[in-house]
Design a protein around this ligand. Structure first.
Ligand code: WT7
Length: 650
């Protein structure tokens, strides 16, 4: 465990102009953990409050008395902070640049003033449709400006938005709508991705035929591709029709800092996805502050995060963080390889992007195509690169740094989670020496620690499970509708701490290296998929008796999905059935859960008490049958040999 010899010291020019240099980092970090009240009280002043908070931090991580409150007597509105506040000084500044899937369709530039007007009109429309403070609204949209408008309009009227990624199928939409009892859905006729269309409205129609979705009164439909869709009156309304005659001003709802801002569903190791709930004040302070410092934001930056608004990265670092900071943020509807694999860099040149934030999976996929598609473009506007979503392998880091950034732009490898609301461990470009593959240092106020499986805290150079010892303002507050699950998932494993679910190593310099999930969550292309969800989709097929799903190393996706399937007695395995099962998972959950491999399993390795030994299945999937470890507790050891034989013969 020697420290990486590959260290990129802070560039002196970057440090000279940065908000935070090395000394400032050390001083502020020490202050932030010594006196969080004072530190976060001061940082909280960055927002515009309707009532200034006086109670800054009120937290207990003890599971018996768990509570997390920040700025609890403060009042504010998130949309006011993202829009109204900028109108005077930045009214004509571009808030959003929209780059469509098809480059021929032309980009749009939406000023803060124009965005404010669009948000107010939709907010008024939502009110006219009966949406009130605390109501839940599901947003199922492509990466078009209306997605940001919809989120901010919800925030304006105090409705809690739940954005569902456009890659989820009807069942997944229905589960999420049912769990939070959404009153209204905002969708589009279709989405566009890589030259193909996604039938969003049809998916919503299918979802609303499923049980548990009766709460939905209205479906607002954005006309995007112009495709014909089935409009079911009076439930379905055209977005244009309901917004066009609304007033361009809308009184914002006064929200308590601890009132919910949004729910975002994410996969856990067991059961259905959890509704991660974020509140208004602490979340916005944290998203905007991390966005400003990690990206060392300047007034004239053009900032581009390639994530989808359906994930937390899109929430915090396309919408709330950048807009609260008055930045210019680019929204891209497309994919990295359409029309060709030079697209990202063409967009960088076209819009003179200065900060670029993407996921390792995209970097690895583009890297496979060589340097040519990158080198055909200038990229001279770039000054900072970011990575998020999964561990970035040093090889991909170096390609990103050397080829994309011409060895000129620092790379910030940002570790965080849906649950954390914002970046937790990351270099600051003017303060931190970079090491390919390491997320390096904690952000202000973040107290990471490594524990062994007994919960003992490990000091110095060590490897263990990553916990956070104290709260930060952007932390999730509960699992929507299931507070007990919140406590059990995050605060019971290592009492008194927040457990991330990640494994991690700390080197001799004190830098953190995330090693990946230690629970039954698979990180596929930076997206979390619960093994339990894929298993339950598989066993819902009439021919399947049992299924076990594990992750395995995948060159591009980071991890792939490997499914072992046992058929019901009398059912015959076939290539056709394999395809049918893969298609079944896609239609049950969505294309993002597509199994990469599906292996027939006459039996699954189980303990005598019937527990599936996933450790063994992981090793077989990895093609490492010599590392199966102790198999003496298996009820029927012969099962393993047949799985290994089948795997080798594949
Ligand atoms: C999981 C959280 C945070 C926004 C996108 C994903 C992994 C995330 C990194 C990183 C290594 C990372 C972790 C984490 N992860 N960023 N920079 N280095 N691993 O959010 O879907 O909630 O997933 O993604 O395993 O627990 P998410």
């Amino acid at each position: 465990m020697s420290p990486s010899p590959d260290i990129h010291p802070v560039d002196p020019d970057v440090a000279a102009n940065a908000r935070i240099d090395r000394d400032a980092y050390e001083r502020l970090y020490a202050e932030s953990v010594a006196d969080p009240e004072r530190f976060w009280g001061r940082v909280g002043e960055r927002l515009e409050w309707m009532r200034t908070p006086t109670r800054i931090k009120d937290v207990d991580f003890d599971a018996r008395n768990l509570h997390i409150r920040w700025y609890a007597d403060g009042e504010l509105n998130a949309s006011v902070n993202c829009l109204d506040r900028h109108l005077e000084a930045r009214g004509d500044k571009t808030a959003l640049v929209f780059e469509p899937d098809d480059p021929e369709h032309g980009a749009q530039h939406i000023s803060y003033r124009a965005l404010h007007e669009r948000v107010c009109k939709l907010a008024n429309a939502l009110r006219s449709l009966g949406v009130r403070k605390g109501d839940r609204v599901t947003i199922y949209l492509p990466m078009i400006p209306e997605a940001a408008v919809a989120m901010l309009a919800c925030a304006r009227v105090g409705a809690i938005h739940s954005v569902v990624f456009g890659g989820f199928a009807a069942n997944s939409i229905a589960d999420r709508v049912a769990d939070c009892e959404s009153k209204l859905i905002i969708t589009a006729d279709e989405g566009r991705r890589g030259g193909r269309t996604v039938p969003l409205k049809a998916n919503v129609d299918a979802a609303l035929k499923l049980p548990g979705t009766n709460s939905v009164e209205t479906v607002l439909v954005v006309r995007h591709t112009g495709a014909a869709v089935d409009m079911q009156m009076p439930r379905d309304r055209w977005y244009d029709a309901v917004t066009k005659d609304q007033p361009a001003q809308c009184e914002p709802e006064r929200m308590n800092a601890e009132d919910p801002l949004f729910i975002l569903y994410t996969s856990g190791s067991t059961g259905k996805p959890k509704g991660v709930l974020h509140t208004t004040g602490g979340y916005l302070v944290y998203a905007s502050y991390t966005h400003e410092l990690v990206f060392d934001l300047r007034e004239d930056d053009v900032y581009w995060c390639t994530a989808d608004v359906g994930w937390v990265t899109g929430h915090s670092y396309i919408v709330y963080g950048p807009l609260a900071n008055g930045a210019t943020a680019l929204m891209f509807e497309g994919v990295p390889n359409h029309p060709d694999t030079s697209r990202f860099w063409q967009v960088v040149d076209k819009h003179q992007v200065t900060i670029f934030y993407t996921a390792p999976t995209a970097i690895r996929a583009l890297m496979r195509d060589g340097d040519g598609p990158v080198k055909r473009t200038s990229r001279s506007s770039l000054r900072l690169l970011g990575s998020v979503g999964e561990p970035i392998n040093p090889e991909a880091w170096r390609w990103y740094y050397e080829v994309v950034g011409d060895s000129r732009c620092p790379v910030v490898d940002t570790w965080w989670q849906t649950e954390t609301g914002g970046i937790m461990i990351s270099p600051l470009p003017g303060a931190t020496d970079l090491k390919p593959g390491s997320a390096t240092r904690p952000f202000f106020g973040v107290r990471p620690a490594l524990v062994d499986t007994n919960g003992a805290i490990l000091e110095g150079e060590a490897e263990g499970n990553l916990v956070i010892l104290d709260s930060w303002p952007g932390q999730m507050r509960t699992v929507y509708g299931d507070h007990q699950r919140f406590i059990d998932t995050y605060f019971r494993t290592y009492p008194g701490t927040y457990f991330s679910g990640d494994g991690c190593r700390r080197d001799a310099d004190g830098d953190y290296w995330i090693t990946g999930r230690v629970d039954d969550v698979i990180n596929v292309s930076g997206h979390r998929i619960g093994t339990a969800e894929v298993e339950s989709a598989l066993v819902s097929h009439p021919k399947v008796a049992e299924a076990a799903v594990v992750g395995f190393p995948h060159d591009i996706k980071g991890q792939g999905i490997y499914a072992y399937v046992t058929l019901l007695a009398g059912e015959m395995s076939s290539e056709e059935l394999r395809k049918e099962l893969v298609a079944h998972v896609r239609s049950e959950i969505g294309p993002i859960a597509t199994p990469d491999h599906l292996q027939w399993a006459p039996g699954l390795p189980k303990t005598r008490s019937g527990k599936i030994m996933r450790r063994i299945l992981r090793k077989i999937a990895e093609n490492a049958p010599d590392q199966l470890g102790d198999t003496s507790t298996l009820a029927d050891p012969s099962v393993v040999q047949s799985l290994v034989d089948e795997r080798l013969g594949r």
